[in-house]
Design a protein. Structure first.
Length: 373
């Protein structure tokens, strides 16, 4: 009988904050300043190979290569929309997959990333919720989406920033994966890391109130809340978490966030569903709810997906809703639909979690997770 052999997994450095990386290099017998050098190589210079880190000693690089790596998800498929939106199908080491979307605009480039494989929030209008929940992404898998997108978009250390904003509006409920999302956001905002300002890293939540209060006290990202209804009766039907954390409790957490973070406002996302939440009385009720508070409402035209019972509100209804909010003293905008020709618009990305649904891309079938973003 042959002897059993064991292998030790290498540490993915994309999963370590600067403090974590300092602890890692100190455990290797190195000085803490080596972590700063490593951090800058990984994020400022986008180096994925230790051999390229020429101001690190050869012996240190050799030992790093033996126990560490810089590993991103693999690109299975890349698509580009007629409007310039890009979508990547990314496979994880576990064999599961997610999708990440880049939305270019004049002077701005927004990357929509995922935080979970699937989602357990069960919002009826979201295709992600129809796929079920599998697992949380780890910090390296979250940061890896941004690192990889930077590379694919031609990031250069001395060039203009391509990704200016990152939004946790992809697959999953970010605050349900708090322990991985917060350090990922910290890496994104670190001045030696991805160096994004706090106003340009946005965490979206359907309303996990305890985590909202915690994130207000512990970090300084921007906050977006998926509201979608102006009263508890309607919101409980389409956003089930409302049954546990009703609107008053949710809004109290929002205003706590504004106070703790000295934030300009909270963005409230409101998907427009024909005949469900888009009537003039809904707009007036929403205006009454938010008037006098630091709130901005982002109206999102619903993007249909197979099997849905919902329909998109008409342009007339959406514009009327916006105008009523503004008249009622609430800032409101309409989100432009992007990437719908490659199924990259909000709510359109569909796939499979744990073999429950099959998504066919070209002639191949992949295990695909879905994003909202």
């Amino acid at each position: 009988m042959g002897e059993a052999t064991t292998t030790t997994a290498r540490t993915n450095l994309l999963g370590l904050t600067r403090t974590g990386l300092e602890a890692f290099v100190v455990a290797m017998g190195e000085k803490p300043f080596r972590a700063r050098q490593l951090f800058k190589w990984i994020y400022k210079r986008a180096a994925g190979d230790f051999d390229a880190m020429t101001d690190l000693g050869k012996d240190f690089r050799r030992r790093l290569a033996a126990i560490a790596e810089i590993r991103t998800p693999d690109i299975q498929l890349s698509q580009v929309s007629a409007d310039g939106t890009r979508k990547w199908l990314l496979t994880l080491e576990s064999g599961q997959a997610i999708e990440t979307v880049f939305i270019p605009e004049p002077g701005r480039g927004t990357l929509c990333i995922s935080s979970q494989v699937g989602c357990q929030m069960d919002c009826g209008f979201c295709s992600t919720a129809q796929q079920g929940f599998n697992r949380n992404l780890d910090t390296a898998e979250i940061v890896g989406q941004v690192w990889l997108a930077n590379r694919e978009l031609g990031y250069a250390p001395d060039g203009d920033r391509v990704i200016t904003n990152v939004v946790f509006m992809g697959m999953g409920e970010p605050l349900a994966n708090y322990r991985n999302v917060v350090p990922a956001a910290e890496i994104m905002m670190d001045d030696l890391g991805l160096d994004l300002s706090r106003r340009r890293v946005t965490v979206s939540t359907s309303g996990l109130v305890p985590q909202m209060i915690r994130i207000a006290d512990e970090t300084n990202v921007a906050l977006a809340v998926s509201l979608h209804a102006p009263n508890d009766e309607l919101r409980s039907e389409i956003v089930p978490i409302n049954r546990k954390h009703p609107i008053k409790e949710l809004l109290d957490a929002c205003w706590h966030y504004v106070e703790k973070q000295n934030a300009r406002n909270v963005t409230f996302e409101y998907v427009m569903l024909d005949g469900v939440n888009d009537r003039p009385q809904h707009a007036r009720e929403l205006a009454q709810l938010l008037r006098g508070h630091p709130a901005k409402v982002n109206l999102i035209p619903f993007n249909p997906f197979p099997g849905t019972v919902f329909r998109r509100s008409s342009e007339v209804a959406i514009e009327r809703f916006r105008d009523l909010l503004i008249k009622g003293g609430v800032m409101a905008t309409i989100r432009r639909t992007r990437g719908d020709d490659i199924d990259a618009a909000c709510g359109q990305l569909v796939g499979r979690v744990n073999d429950r649904v099959t998504t066919r891309l070209g002639q191949k079938t992949f295990p695909v997770a879905v994003v909202q973003g």
